[in-house]
Write a protein that binds this ligand. Sequence first.
Ligand code: SF4
Ligand code: SF4
Length: 209
Amino acid sequence: MAGTPVNTARKNERTLNFWERMYLPEVFKGLGYSFRKMVKEPVYTFQYPEEQWYPNDSYRGRPVLVEEEGKARCVSCNLCARACPPMAISMQSQEMEGPKEREPKWFEINMLRCIYCGFCEEVCPEEAIVMSKEYDLTFQDRDEAIFGMERLLVPKERLADRLDFLHSRQNPQFGNDVWDYQRSNNRHSLKDSAFLAGLAREMDATASH
Ligand code: SF4
Ligand code: SF4
């Protein structure tokens, strides 16, 4: 059957035949497709929250702090806060006993601001903040959306998937010695006198030549 343009004033208008102008066949075609998908495997939908979705290791859920042997790995260097585009991270440093010497007195992430970009994870020199697999966050008010250390700290054993994923994505040209997290590197001390004394001796020797 010859089609009729919907708008005869436009010469390139697509012409519709009688059944196309009725629209009903297309409606039934769409319904048929939906019903076929309802009874056919595979099922793509989840009965959330009864059924949970488990993201893969590359997923960027809410950022968390890595806890190792009951303590945060974080040395409170503030790099993550500087890199965070929506300025969601705040912290206050304090001195501590031991080789690390600095730790966060408090550390907060405003989850209403966080855009899950992962920049904090990328810049952290200590592998102290990583993106977890948690995605279903709920808050009753704005204050509740500000997560402190008590909600941010997660034992590293529970973050093994993400830490392994990060290691698998390291640039091999730098070698594992540089990129693997090493406990001995988790120190940022001006009181590390042995190292500083060695450095000073080296500089003196260079200057005297
Ligand atoms: S994931 Fe992005 S937005 Fe969220 S805290 Fe980290 S840097 Fe900020
Ligand atoms: S970049 Fe890492 S070590 Fe530095 S303050 Fe942030 S979480 Fe802590």
